[in-house]
Design a binder for this molecule. Structure first.
Ligand code: ADP
Length: 505
């Protein structure tokens, strides 16, 4: 009797295991960024944390990124015996070294090819009138696919990201059509429509796709556009952005192309890697804290004031900015109201960012003018970004457009109330203070008057109604921004593609 029960238990355990294994998918991500190895913005965080979550659920997830000169070698990375031959059409091929490692349950492959990736920059941009980024990311895209053949590992799904890997779906439908990868589904995630990877005719030859890419009645190639046209499914990083990008002006010229793919386009709000972004455990912070014990946040505020050489003013609301300093982020409008915010409302401001030279200079100048009340650090500093989130009272993000935005999510988790423009993912993730359960401040028009009025209101609430301010902060800190739900949505998208491929190709 006893034996029988344990045997049947064992049998059902095995059945469950086989059942789960059947559900598990083999997923290959091909991307230009992955935190912590290579990050220029939110894309790196998403690739890293989404793949980690999918692996945790039980999928076999592998990621391919370039081995940039800026990536430090880890002793546990193993070099593959064979070089990888990347076939770029009939006549051209490139060779690269493959390094393999594991990152939080995810198998990571790094393509080492110094000619393309030996430099320190992820995106080189224009150098001496020549932009090689197109070629560099064609090598990554084709390399990611050829690696699958070399490994003898054919995934169920290939997930690519932004224009850098826009040719992947095209390769799958052409060069790989009659091969094993020809039946593999592809998902392209649109992290930012502003960057499209537009290159001249020579890139068509380089990619080996002449005859495929040159029939659009246009010269050269728009890598994002062909990715959108050819991927099996498209996702973008918030529901609101998914709606916006089909509207005139917001899809950066690709509105019609996106409209045609409307039924295949899904908005999924990004999650946060809560193992990395949690004030209770964050090792970068001078003191940890959580929603039930906020004493540590006061320590973080004093530390930040000290770090930025600000007066240790306990009653001043401390505003913070962490951003790539580009037109998208609307900081040129913030620059115009900073002085008033400091002088009239008694606020303090800290800034961390880099990008547009003019904007950097304007912020530095303001920092000098408001010594003790405003501090500016130009540059990229991962550790400091955590410290800033922990020490500020308000986080400012007046974006012109924002596909999702991660920094406002980090700020809510760290108890810094976000002040954001009502666009894209900011609209999806921040609840306005005038609504029950509010977590921040939303405003519609992007101009000096509206932004200043919103910041002024925030100061007023901070000073005159600390209980209400505390409630906003608490509401944000209690929200679940983990990958739990978004990962399930990605799974559903993958599953639809895999089922379709199995049944109809
Ligand atoms: P975007 O992808 O448009 O840059 P997101 O808000 O989605 O905007 O993500 C930005 C990411 O880059 C966040 O992780 C943020 O903390 C980080 N970041 C941006 N600028 C800096 C900086 N100067 N130093 C450190 N981290 C930064």
């Amino acid at each position: 009797m006893y034996f029988g029960r344990s045997l049947s238990k064992e049998r059902s355990r095995i059945n469950l295991k086989t059942f789960l294994e059947k559900l598990a998918m083999k997923i290959m991500m091909i991307a230009s960024e992955m935190t912590p190895y290579a990050k220029a913005g939110g894309l790196g965080d998403v690739v890293s944390s989404l793949s980690k979550k999918l692996a945790e659920i039980g999928h076999d997830v592998r990621v391919v990124i370039p081995y940039y000169g800026s990536i430090e070698r880890k002793e546990f990375w193993v070099e593959h015996k064979d070089l990888l031959m990347i076939r770029l059409g009939e006549e051209r091929c490139e060779y690269c070294r493959i390094w393999e490692g594991k990152h939080e349950g995810v198998v990571l492959y790094l393509l080492e090819q110094d000619n393309y990736f030996g430099g320190k920059k992820i995106y080189e941009g224009d150098v001496g009138g020549k932009n090689r980024d197109g070629e560099r990311f064609v090598v990554l895209s084709r390399g990611g696919l050829d690696l699958c053949y070399q490994l003898g590992w054919i995934p169920d799904m290939i997930h690519c990201h932004d224009w850098m890997t826009g040719l992947v779906p095209v390769y799958l439908k052409t060069m790989d059509k009659e091969k094993e990868l020809g039946r593999v589904g592809s998902v392209l995630t649109l992290h930012n429509m502003e960057y499209q990877g537009v290159f001249g005719e020579e890139l068509i030859d380089f990619s080996g796709l002449r005859g495929v890419l040159s029939n659009e009645g246009m010269e050269g190639v728009n890598m994002l556009r062909v990715g959108i046209e050819n991927a099996d499914k498209l996702t973008t990083v918030s529901e609101q952005y998914a709606r916006e990008i089909t509207e005139v002006g917001m899809g950066c010229g690709l509105e019609e192309v996106l409209k045609k793919r409307g039924k295949d386009l899904v908005g999924i709000v990004n999650g946060v890697d809560v193992d990395v972004w949690d004030p209770l455990t964050d090792l970068y912070l001078p003191e940890n804290y959580g929603v039930w014990d906020m004493k540590g946040k006061e320590v973080c505020k004093s530390y930040l004031q000290h770090y930025y050489c600000l007066e240790e003013d306990r009653v001043a609301p401390l505003f913070g900015v962490i951003a790539r300093m580009y037109w998208q982020k609307g900081l040129d409008i913030f620059v115009k109201v900073v002085s008033l915010l400091i002088e009239k409302e008694g606020a303090q401001v800290v800034v961390l960012g880099e990008g547009d030279r003019v904007l950097e200079e304007q912020f530095l100048k303001l920092g000098k003018e408001h010594k003790g009340r405003m501090g500016v650090r130009i540059g990229y500093n991962e550790e400091l970004s955590h410290v800033v989130e922990s020490g500020i009272d308000y986080f400012v993000m007046p974006s012109r457009f924002e596909p999702c935005g991660l920094t406002q999510l980090y700020s809510m988790i760290y108890g810094a109330v976000p002040i954001v423009r009502e666009v894209g993912g900011l609209k999806d993730t921040v609840v306005d203070y005038r609504i029950e359960g509010g977590t921040g401040f939303l405003f519609k028009e992007l101009n000096e008057e509206v932004l200043y009025e919103t910041l002024r209101k925030a100061c007023e609430i901070y000073k005159k109604d600390p209980v209400f301010y505390g409630k906003l902060r608490e509401n944000g800190m209690k929200r679940d921004f983990s990958w739990e739900e978004p990962a399930k949505k990605y799974e559903m998208v993958y599953k639809k593609v895999v089922d379709f491929k199995r049944n109809y190709t």
